[in-house]
Design a protein around this ligand. Structure first.
Ligand SMILES: Cc1cc2nc3c(=O)[nH]c(=O)nc-3n(C[C@H](O)[C@H](O)[C@H](O)COP(=O)(O)OP(=O)(O)OC[C@H]3O[C@@H](n4cnc5c(N)ncnc54)[C@H](O)[C@@H]3O)c2cc1C
Length: 230
């Protein structure tokens, strides 16, 4: 299913799938006709649905694997999949701390997996998502996020568009900085837990800024998707 011009959600049948937690990922292995293999990690985008798992992939134009997954993979093709992987960047419905979710680009995928699990939980904690993308066109899951934020005061979604903004844009228009975090994330005295995911530089900057805002390091969970970006 297309999500944006560069992003596609794939639903993969994984016979015998034993379930997973929001925030975990799978490793997908592709094998070319000449035997060359490539493995990449993709976050599980949605709660378990029988033996169907969903991943949301952004095409990097100079990438080896993502252009194939976004543009060429067809229904019925067979992939090798290993997982679920990861235990640290996960959320459990038994956690009650307010959720500060901060994502850049496709880094929003595991954060939305956490949001979807939280939606399914009665009396879960309030959620604030700060989501950075280059342009409005590149915001993944925007309709779903806007519906949630419009219909439930427990969910707040704040966007920042770093390169291009539509006319009459009322969100932020720059890279995430300390002022933006101060204005948007839960103050440290609310005892929040932060999940930060996206390009490596964004994740490292945001983790340092949250530290300066008084978030204890053990309450800042990070997942790095790639070397650069923004
Ligand atoms: C735990 C984990 C979960 C991930 N989940 C997702 C997900 O849900 N959706 C998703 O789209 N991607 C996700 N990724 C990133 C994914 O694994 C690949 O790195 C990405 O798809 C690029 O693969 P490629 O083969 O197309 O590019 P490559 O051939 O590996 O790289 C091509 C070029 O892009 C650069 N690059 C590599 N990765 C990134 C990146 N993420 N951002 C910017 N530049 C990059 C490389 O330095 C290189 O210049 C995740 C990564 C990790 C570690």
């Amino acid at each position: 299913m297309p999500e944006t011009p560069r992003v596609r959600t794939l639903r993969i049948r994984a016979p015998g799938w034993g379930g997973h937690q929001p925030g975990q990922h799978v490793d997908l292995r592709l094998t070319a006709e000449d035997g060359y293999q490539a493995v990449r990690s993709y976050s599980l985008a949605a709660p378990p649905d029988g033996d169907l798992v969903a991943v949301t992939v952004e095409r990097l134009d100079d990438g080896e694997v993502s252009p194939f997954l976004v543009d060429e993979l067809r229904a019925g093709d067979v992939l090798e999949l290993r997982g679920p992987v990861g235990g640290y960047f996960t959320w459990q419905p038994t956690q009650h701390q307010p959720l500060a979710l901060i994502g850049g680009g496709s880094g929003v995928v595991p954060l939305v997996a956490i949001i979807r699990a939280r939606v399914a939980t009665a009396d879960g904690p309030p959620v604030r998502l700060l989501y950075s993308a280059r342009s409005a066109e590149e915001l993944i899951y925007r309709g779903e996020l806007d519906d949630l934020a419009g219909g439930d005061p427990a969910f707040e979604v704040i966007y920042t568009l770093t390169r291009e903004q539509p006319d009459e844009w009322s969100g932020y228009s720059r890279r995430i900085d300390e002022t933006m975090l101060q204005e948007t994330v839960w103050p440290a005295d609310r005892d929040p837990i932060a999940y930060v995911c996206g390009p490596t530089t964004l994740v490292e900057n945001v983790a340092d800024l949250l530290d300066r805002l008084g978030y204890p390091r053990e309450r800042i969970r990070t997942e790095r998707f790639g070397p650069t970006g923004g």
